[in-house]
Write a protein that binds this ligand. Structure first.
Ligand SMILES: Nc1ncnc2c1ncn2[C@@H]1O[C@H](COP(=O)(O)OP(=O)(O)OP(=O)(O)O)[C@@H](O)[C@H]1O
Ligand SMILES: [Mg+2]
Length: 249
C-alpha cells in the first residue's frame, strides 16, 4: 500500500524499563500525524528508533515499503527521512544563507575545499534561496547573521535546514518548545504550509498547535498507544482526558 511510514509491533526495553510497548502505526502519504503524551511517555524514544539512532528490541520500521529497521540514520536520510533535533544545529556566526549552503553541501557530501569559494558561488546561493522558498521561508533575509535572528526565526530556519533535501518523511520533536505564543503561531503557519507535501510525524506538547495542524493524533502513555483519532475524536476521548489532557482540553 502507499504508507510512507509503517511501524509494526515496535518494542524497546531499556533494561527493565519497557519504553515502547508493541507499537504499530501507519502514516499515509501527506499526513500530518501528531504524537502526544505526558513527559516520559516514550515520544522521543519512538523518534530515535524511527530515525535509527537507537535499535528497537524488536519490531519493524518500513519507509515507503522498505524495511529500514537495521539501517543507520544516514541511509534513512538517503531513503527520504529527515529529523529535527531539540538542540540547535545552526552556526550562529554565519548568515542564514551560509547555514543553508552548509546543509546543502553536507547533504551532497562535498569536501570542505569548496568552502572558500562559497561567497562567489552563485549557484549555491541560488540553490539555498530556492531551498528556503520551497518551504515558505523566502521572506527570510539570507544575509542576516543567525545570532541576530529571533528564537522563533532560528527554530524555523533549523526546520528549513532539516528539510533541505526534500524528504518524504519528517520526524519533528517539539518544534514549538521554548517559543512564545506569537512565535508558536508563526511556526504553526509555517508547518501548515508544508502540509500535504511532506508526510510529518509531529511530537508536540503545544495542544493548540497539535489540534490546529494534525490530520490524526496518536496518544502515547507509558510507551503504549492508548488512542488514535482525528483531533476532534481525541479531544472528546475520556481516556485521553484522564491520562493527559486534563480539564482544560
Ligand atoms: N537511553 C536511555 N536509557 C534508559 N532509559 C531511557 C533512555 N532514553 C529514554 N529513557 C527512558 O524512557 C522513557 C521515555 O523517555 P522519552 O524521552 O522517550 O519520553 P518523552 O515522551 O519524549 O518525554 P518528554 O515529553 O519529556 O520529552 C523515560 O522513562 C526515560 O527515562
Ligand atoms: Mg521527548
Amino acid at each position: 500500500m502507499n504508507a510512507v511510514l509503517e511501524v509494526r509491533n515496535l518494542q524497546k526495553y531499556f533494561g527493565g524499563l519497557h519504553a515502547t510497548r508493541n507499537l504499530s502505526m501507519s502514516l499515509p502519504q501527506g499526513e500530518l500525524h501528531a504524537v502526544i503524551g505526558p513527559n516520559g511517555a516514550g515520544k522521543t524514544t519512538l523518534i530515535t528508533q524511527l530515525f535509527g539512532e537507537i535499535r528497537p528490541t524488536s519490531g519493524t520500521v518500513l519507509v515507503n515499503g522498505r524495511d529500514v529497521t537495521s539501517r543507520p540514520p544516514h541511509e534513512r536520510v538517503r531513503l527520504g527521512m529527515a529529523r529535527s533535533f531539540q538542540i540547535t544545529t545552526l552556526v550562529r556566526d554565519l548568515s542564514v544563507g551560509e547555514n543553508v549552503i552548509l546543509a546543502l553541501l553536507a547533504r551532497e557530501g562535498h569536501a570542505f575545499r569548496f568552502w572558500r569559494r562559497i561567497d562567489r558561488n552563485m549557484d549555491l546561493r541560488t540553490r539555498a534561496a530556492q531551498a528556503l522558498a520551497r518551504i515558505g521561508l523566502d521572506g527570510m533575509d539570507m544575509s542576516r547573521r543567525v545570532a541576530d535572528l529571533s528564537h522563533g526565526e532560528q527554530r524555523m530556519l533549523e526546520l528549513a535546514i532539516a528539510l533541505v533535501g526534500d524528504p518524504a518523511l519528517a520526524l519533528l520533536d517539539e518544534p514549538m518548545a521554548g517559543l512564545g505564543s506569537e512565535e508558536s503561531r508563526a511556526m504553526t503557519r509555517f508547518l501548515s504550509g508544508l502540509k500535504g507535501r511532506i508526510t510529518i510525524l509531529l511530537v508536540e506538547h503545544d495542544m493548540e498547535a497539535v489540534f490546529a495542524l494534525a490530520d490524526r493524533v496518536t496518544v502515547l502513555v507509558s510507551g503504549e498507544i492508548i488512542a488514535v483519532g482525528t483531533p476532534d475524536e481525541i479531544r472528546n476521548d475520556s481516556r485521553v482526558r484522564d491520562a493527559y489532557l486534563g480539564e482544560d482540553a
